[in-house]
Ligand binder design. Structure first.
Ligand code: SF4
Length: 379
């Protein structure tokens, strides 16, 4: 049986105003300590997942800013990984990169270390908007990164983009779309900017210093993204994920389809054999646990109801939808018993949900309202 591995690298050179991921300012000594602990966590976690009978088929190093990594520490860690686990010959190995922290030498080393799917956090081609988000890269950094990734011989790579930026107009979105389509990455994640509680962005929006596009303009932008990307051979396989045929992210598909994954590093989550685990989202506490020979877990089980909700939520975000058979098999209850029947019937009648066949899926009109629909559907 396949298994996915997520590694959270918590360091950033700069803290962006909208971000609520767990991250701390980069520090060389702490980075060394973090890698030492990560190697120990790997050995502790290995015991729990029957490594003889499972191979790793996807690895994802995210953050934080993994492109700041000291490559010699990464090399040692990957060596430990391959001692602990069997890698599938079809391994998909994703690595997140900020455009300002990459050069040709680093990309080549990453390739030599087995990374075969770099993903670049470009977000926008509008410098003013990037500054509003607190991103530090310049447009040249993005173009250079796109040139280098091809020159280094990666055929599978992705770009992360954001829409709904402060005061973004349809024209500005269209400029971003033109640029990203010109660069033709095999995979594009196009997220809507969300205001996360406690971030500097949330404060500015609440204080009226920044204004985000309203609901109608955001919906129009999402439609434009779908239309433009579809016309350029990308297909949407999840609310925010678009790929050229054959370039879907297998790692993310595993999350969305409820498969097993092991998360390492502070704040990483795992889902193994129907049990959910979460690591301490604090580097100091994480290091203390490991130094005491313990796994840095803050919880080790999850209520069945929460897992059912999550399965519906993640499934509805994908183009395939929620499989009625799989749901029954996993939870022993038909999905129809878990959702609000009246809301479901109304949403089907309004053309938001397609209930035909084994899958319950959102239609074109429903997909943009995925989060709202899930809230209404879950009893
Ligand atoms: S968005 Fe990325 S680079 Fe910016 S603070 Fe968050 S993790 Fe760091």
């Amino acid at each position: 049986m396949g298994l996915s591995l997520y590694i959270h690298y918590p360091f950033c050179a700069n803290l962006c105003s909208y971000c609520d991921f767990y991250k701390i300012p980069f520090n060389t000594d702490l980075e060394r300590e973090y890698f030492r602990a990560l190697n120990c966590e790997l050995i502790l976690a290995r015991e729990t997942i029957d490594p003889e009978n499972r191979s790793i088929d996807t690895i994802y190093i995210g953050g934080g800013t993994p492109s700041l990594i000291d490559l010699s520490l990464l090399e040692t860690f990957i060596g430990e990984l391959s001692n602990c686990f069997r890698f599938s010959p079809e391994l998909e190995f994703t690595f997140e990169i900020n455009p300002e922290s990459i050069d040709s030498e680093k990309l080549l080393r990453l390739k030599e270390l087995g990374i075969n799917r770099p993903v670049f956090g470009i977000q926008s081609f509008n410098l003013k908007k990037l500054k509003k988000l607190g991103r530090k890269h310049l447009l040249n950094d993005s173009f250079r990164a796109m040139y280098l990734v091809r020159a280094t011989g990666f055929d599978n790579f992705g770009v992360d983009m954001i829409f709904g930026l402060p005061r973004q107009t349809s024209r500005q979105l269209s400029d971003d779309l033109d640029q990203v389509i010109d660069l033709a990455p095999p995979h594009i994640s196009y997220y809507q900017l969300t205001v996360e509680k406690g971030t500097p962005l949330a404060e500015k929006v609440a204080g009226g210093k920044l204004k985000l596009p309203g609901a109608d303009l955001s919906a129009a932008m999402y439609r434009a993204i779908n239309e433009e990307l579809r016309q350029n051979s990308y297909f949407r396989y999840e609310v925010s994920s678009f790929a050229l045929p054959g370039y879907e992210c297998r790692h993310n598909m595993r999350y969305w389809e409820g498969g097993d994954f092991l998360g390492l590093g502070p704040s990483a989550h795992s889902f193994i054999g129907n049990h959910r685990f979460a690591n301490e989202a604090n580097l100091r506490k994480y290091l203390d646990c490991i130094n005491n020979g313990k796994r840095p877990l803050i919880c080790d089980t999850e209520e069945k109801a929460a897992r059912m909700t999550e399965t519906i939520m993640l499934g509805l975000r994908t183009s395939r939808g929620v499989s009625k058979t799989d749901f029954l098999h996993r939870f022993g209850r038909p999905v129809e018993q878990v959702i609000d029947r009246e809301t479901f019937t109304t949403l089907v009648a309004r053309g938001m949900i397609d209930p035909e066949g084994d899958y319950i899926r959102l239609t074109e009109s429903g997909i943009f309202l995925a989060d709202e629909i899930v809230i209404r559907l879950i009893k």
